[in-house]
Design a protein around this ligand. Sequence first.
Ligand code: HEC
Length: 111
Amino acid sequence: MKILRGVALVLPLLVLAIPAWAAGPDVNALLQQNGCMSCHSVSDKLVGPSFKQVAQRYDGKAGAKSMLAKKIINGGNGHWNDLTGGMVMPPHPDMTSVEANAVAAWVLSQK
Ligand code: HEC
């Protein structure tokens, strides 16, 4: 009985974990969970620049993905002051580097 209960507990976990591992982080879920969409939209400037504007600015620039991933984790300002009047993007220290890089890659693909 004990073994069966163990299997019953572990199996759903495996089923949940394997697709996540195979597909990489769920960017949409990360954007929702971290409140990104309260300040950003894909095509309109809200508090921060639209993700389209970000993608166009850094299109083809070397190192853009890791720069943006760091900014997502550490927050900051200074790149969009003309647009935002100096608003600061808050840090997201709970995001891992793998998650932030996946989000940054997605943002850069929105051009
Ligand atoms: C409180 C509002 C706010 C939230 C929440 C927010 N941002 Fe921002 N974001 C900003 C502002 C303001 C800027 C402009 C910063 C600057 O001028 O460098 C910005 C800039 C950015 C940039 C461009 C950075 C650069 O250096 O060009 C990216 C990418 C970005 N945000 C992604 C995200 C993601 C992903 C999340 C969620 C994890 C998020 N933002 C959450 C306000 C926000």
